[in-house]
Design a protein around this ligand. Structure first.
Ligand code: PHE
Length: 368
């Protein structure tokens, strides 16, 4: 009985024209209520003698059918794959799926732009530590002890160390001026930290700075870019020319109108803030036109006391220094309304205000 059944089933399996038809046969024979499954189940109701007689044949039938289905399946699947490959075409004109690319943060973009411009003007780069001591951040820069000028910086202090010294988060990049001027025999605390050199000195110092401040135009961590020039016969005219050159290039204008406004810093004398002519009447800041002024950079002639504190003879050498707020400058150029958003790590903000990596100028090659 099982042999004719087997012949019939195997013939049907061999004739199955696709994997769908084969699956229907599999369910029909070997599924829960399939015909071969029914025969297997019938074994349970047989007498032991009959089971002994029919059992091997029924089991053999199940094995033969299962093998035949597996073999036919392999053949059909291979044929179907061949057919798909033969019929299908690779469409190379389809757009590639979008790839999420990183963005350059506007602060880093602005710093790179500034570095490239100052590199062209002959400045080299100096760096210093974010954690400073009182000497470099204040004392060497002519802040008298317990002078109210120290309070204007709203300093973040660390708890005093074993020697009673309180380290601090630098409140400005000016301590790196001191490091650039001081010639000591001591090795630098880290390889990237400026060691002093003899004048002439022409350095810029980009970096993070910290003050207890938090509103739309102040964040507790912000970025400055400091400049220092020490040479013979240096005067305010050199300072003005350098900053005017910088502004014209940075704002991509023929020239900009600037003015010095008297100011006070303990480490410069005279001290000034430089303003750039601008127009805010249209709701956004336009540099290089209008009748308003935007305050941009603190600057002045290096105070003789600072030169002396750093071992430089003020009767031989003079210099100027300036300190930009990088984030503020970025806001002026690229128009972000709230400074705090810059450091909120919101990728939607970055996608909007960030720059593609290709837009960043390479400081080593200058501006192209
Ligand atoms: N260090 C000053 C500040 O943070 C800026 C400055 C730098 C002013 C250099 C003059 C010269 O406010």
């Amino acid at each position: 009985m099982t042999t004719s059944l087997e012949t019939k089933m195997l013939a049907k399996i061999a004739a199955a024209s696709d994997t769908g038809a084969l699956e229907t046969l599999r369910v029909e024979y070997l599924g829960k209520s399939g015909s071969v499954s029914a025969l297997l189940k019938s074994l349970g109701a047989m007498s032991p003698e009959q089971r002994k007689a029919d059992g091997p044949a029924i089991n053999a039938l199940r094995g033969a059918v299962a093998d035949a289905i597996a073999d036919r399946k392999a053949v059909l699947e291979a044929a179907e794959l061949d057919a798909r490959l033969a019929a299908g075409r690779l469409d190379l004109s389809l757009p590639a799926p979008p790839r999420r690319a990183g963005r350059v943060h506007p602060v880093m973009q602005v710093m790179d732009e500034m570095i490239a411009i100052f590199a062209e003007l002959g400045f080299s780069l100096a760096e210093g530590p974010d954690i400073e001591d009182d000497f470099h951040n204040f004392t060497a820069l002519n802040f008298p002890p317990r002078h109210p000028a120290r309070e204007t910086h709203d300093t973040f202090f660390f708890p005093p160390g074993p020697d009673g010294e309180r380290k601090l988060l630098r409140t400005h990049t000016s301590p790196v001026q001191v490091r650039a001027m001081q010639r000591t025999n001591a090795p630098p605390p880290a390889p990237w930290i400026a060691t002093g050199s003899a004048p002439p000195i022409r350095v810029i110092v980009p970096g993070r700075t910290y003050r207890r401040d938090n509103d739309a135009t102040h964040t507790p961590m912000f970025h400055q870019l400091e400049g220092l020039v020490i040479d013979r016969n240096i005067h305010m005219g050199h300072l003005k020319w350098t900053l005017d050159q910088f502004f014209a290039r940075f704002f991509e204008l023929e020239s900009v109108v600037t003015r010095f406004r008297p100011h006070y810093f303990p480490f410069t004398e005279p001290s000034a803030e430089m303003d750039v002519q601008c127009d805010t009447s249209g709701g956004e800041v336009k540099i290089g036109q209008g009748s308003e002024w935007s305050e941009i950079v603190g600057c002045g002639m290096v105070h003789p006391a600072v030169l002396r504190n750093c071992g430089i003879d003020p009767d031989q050498w003079q210099g100027f220094a300036f300190g930009f707020g990088v984030d503020r400058l970025g806001r002026l150029k690229y128009g972000m309304p709230d400074l705090r958003d810059m450091f909120a790590s919101d990728t939607r903000w970055l996608a909007h205000y960030g720059f593609s990596a290709f837009a960043a100028p390479n400081p080593a090659s200058g501006l192209s």
